[in-house]
Design a binder for this molecule. Structure first.
Ligand SMILES: *[C@@H]1O[C@H](CO)[C@@H](O)[C@H](O)[C@H]1NC(C)=O
Ligand SMILES: *[C@@H]1O[C@H](CO)[C@@H](O)[C@H](O)[C@H]1NC(C)=O
Ligand SMILES: *[C@@H]1O[C@H](CO)[C@@H](O)[C@H](O)[C@H]1NC(C)=O
Ligand SMILES: *[C@@H]1O[C@H](CO)[C@@H](O)[C@H](O)[C@H]1NC(C)=O
Ligand SMILES: *[C@@H]1O[C@H](CO)[C@@H](O)[C@H](O)[C@H]1NC(C)=O
Length: 395
């Protein structure tokens, strides 16, 4: 049995025990040794996952957004919900120091600010109410495990996809009312290969062991919140192009294929299901690089024009039952407008996040029952503008 399988089994057991016993009453003595063993295995995995997951410090007391889905009815279609997300989630600790420590793997790179899009960990984001996570994977150095990247920036050489998924599972056990969405996209880069072995590893991570219980198994359809609670829904931004479906038959999530996702598109209409009536279409704004000059001012103007138009479309009656995804994140690195300046502006110019907050409040105020459907919004540096998550959700 490989080490990977050992961990999978130990953690399966530990997750099962976590779900079976309430800590308040204490675990029955006959299984306390097993509980300890399983707990140790989970702790080891979470420690290895820390550079990407962070540490779960729990929710801020009195937080409105901790378990915000608890008050939303089970029969709510996912496509009618407002879901705050983080773009390039895994970059939250990619400082100059982290980059320096990893340059022995990557070689010298542009400044870390070019790659950094977040400053809050996955656990902090979950506890803050973020529910959609944009994760970019590739081989870790050594080509044995799957890890996380933003472009050529390696984010942690020792953390694996499996470690991070167990982190999500452990959070979901504690927050069974919540539904989480993970977008997985293959990140190409120098010295990294995209091959059948990588896809086979990914397939096992997504379908083996405890995964079946924690991932929504529907294919190319978004159901209701009730069906998605306590689970992860996959947004599949990659193709299973190396795997023979006869040998690897499982599929789940929405297939948002990179082959039809227009690069830098301000208004993408992505058909993911032609079998249903109406067909399944995702409306996506992913205008990540406006290529303006003149600093944050013109860059934020160009980006916000795309964001605001797309959000107007999301709230209109044109496609009420289709998925809308709006990336509020962008950069013009060529003009020194790194993701942070796009999101937060500079001392004299407001960023996209500052403009998004009142815009969202106005959209909700103008809508029936005080809540407009804005869909998924993928944010950079969400926490620097307090109230942004509430404004996305509409609470
Ligand atoms: C974040 O990066 C710093 C500097 O590289 C490192 O010391 C720290 O351990 C990292 N944090 C986590 C949670 O990995
Ligand atoms: C990993 O794969 C890449 C691309 O095929 C190759 O260039 C590199 O040498 C491999 N690294 C190791 C450690 O095997
Ligand atoms: C429907 O989608 C399937 C799978 O993506 C594709 O193979 C097929 O060509 C599509 N059919 C039409 C009529 O577009
Ligand atoms: C802040 O952004 C404005 C608008 O793009 C620009 O004119 C100004 O030079 C920037 N300030 C600094 C200190 O970079
Ligand atoms: C908004 O909808 C209109 C009409 O369907 C379409 O032409 C336009 O491209 C959409 N804009 C965005 C930004 O989604």
């Amino acid at each position: 049995m490989s080490l990977g399988h050992f961990y999978l089994q130990a953690v399966c057991l530990s997750l099962t025990l976590l779900m079976t016993f309430t800590p308040a009453e204490g675990a029955p003595t006959t299984t306390s040794a097993q509980t300890t063993l399983a707990g140790d295995a989970l702790n080891e995995i979470l420690t290895r996952g820390e550079p990407i997951l962070g540490v779960n410090k729990g929710c801020t007391k009195g937080s409105k957004t901790c378990d915000w889905m608890a008050s939303i009815p089970d029969n709510t279609p996912i496509v009618h919900m407002n879901l705050p997300g983080t773009h390039d989630t895994s970059t939250w600790n990619y400082t100059a120091e982290t980059q320096g420590a990893l340059e022995r793997y990557t070689g010298p790179l542009p400044p870390s600010d070019v790659f950094r899009c977040q400053q809050d960990s996955i656990f902090d984001s979950l506890n803050d109410g973020i529910r959609v996570f944009d994760m970019r994977y590739s081989y870790n150095p050594g080509n044995d495990t799957i890890g996380f990247y933003h472009g050529s920036a390696l984010l942690s050489p020792t953390t694996t996809l499996e470690d991070v998924l167990f982190g999500f599972y452990s959070w979901l056990i504690q927050h069974p009312t919540e539904a989480v969405f993970i977008s997985l996209k293959y990140e190409s880069g120098p010295g990294r290969s995209y091959d059948a072995a990588l896809q086979t590893k990914l397939y096992h991570a997504l379908f083996d062991g405890p995964a079946k219980r924690f991932w929504v198994q529907k294919e190319n359809q978004l159901g209701t919140l009730g069906q998605a609670r306590g689970k992860i829904t996959l947004l599949q931004r990659f193709d299973w192009d190396f795997l023979d479906p006869a040998t690897f038959p499982n599929r789940m999530g929405l297939h948002l294929s990179p082959s039809v996702w227009t690069d830098n598109g301000p208004s993408i209409e992505l058909l993911y299901n032609n079998q249903t009536t109406p067909q399944g279409i995702a409306y996506i704004e992913d205008f990540y690089e406006p290529l303006t000059t003149g600093g944050p001012g013109p860059a934020v103007d160009a980006k916000f024009a795309a964001v605001s138009q797309h959000l107007q479309n999301a709230t209109s009656n044109a496609h009420p039952d289709q998925l809308f995804i709006t990336f509020s994140s962008a950069e013009v690195n060529t003009d020194g407008v790194f993701p942070r300046y796009m999101a937060l502006g500079n001392d004299t110019t407001p960023g996209v996040n500052h403009r998004l907050l009142p815009f969202l409040k106005d959209l909700h105020a103008a809508a029936p029952h005080g809540k407009a459907r804005v869909g998924m919004i993928m944010l950079d540096f969400y926490k620097n503008v307090p109230g942004l998550i509430e404004a996305v959700i509409g609470i």
